[in-house]
Design a protein around this ligand. Sequence first.
Ligand SMILES: [Zn+2]
Length: 319
Amino acid sequence: MRLIPSLAALALPVCLLLAGCTAPEPAATPAPEATPAALEPDPPMVCSMCDEWNTPRAPFQVFANTYYVGTAGLSSMLIATDAGLVLIDVALPQSAPLIDANIRALGFRTEDVKYILTSHAHFDHLGGVASMQRYTGATVLASASSAEALALGHPVPSDPQYGTGPTDRFPAITDHVRVVRDGETLELGGTTITARYTPGHTPGATSWTWPSCEGERCLNMVYVDSLTAVSRDDFLFTSVSGLVETFRETLARVRAFPCDVVIATHPAATGLDERLAGRASGGFAPGADGDPLVDPEACVALADRSLKALDERVALERP
Ligand SMILES: [Zn+2]
């Protein structure tokens, strides 16, 4: 539903300025907040990878009510229900118009986005959330630590990439942010989406899982957060008590996710291009037997690759 400011809400402040006029009766329900008529993106981020990441990608159906609406290098997922749309991540500030266009190209209305779910509080995944929220009036869901970062407009100080320079910033979001606990679910229009804390890459990193169904056939969808041990130059994962163990627990959790289809925050991490090429060359319908996007071993493989990389990082820190 489009949020339009009520006439009463518009008239009241004008009336207060005019002596002798009669204020209209207050509306029975609070007036919805005004939202812009079109998406107004925040200034673009500049980074060495930004242009490549932000290359447009045609949106596509992953399976049933799950769609990919992100860019070439930064994922954004759309879950369509009868009760409204759920969007996960909005990439860079300059990605927001592309994501808006992708949602529309699929035949949906961006104004119908009710919730924006977030992975981790870095500029390349949350940079576009603020403008998307202004446009849609959606509630933003974030882990406790990510919500803290959203309010700051930069990563929390315990983030391994805290203080890495100009890209350490993103448009802050303070209003209509709902903190979700690990394991908490969001139910909308018959789809239940579960927040799964996966700390390591950032303290607040969150993956999301949901079953997507077409008739009797349901597939377990996973939007997995970044699992890379990346940091600023002077940060050691081994110097923070318990951090490496926490990271390993995260990877064990990802390994055990209910997982038929997995897409990572950076789609290359789960081989999206190769899988899409295989889907196209094989003529597979989304979710059909043989569709390369359906891969129940993909979460295990991703967790194992990530564990190997983490072990290598730890070995470098402890020569
Ligand atoms: Zn990141």
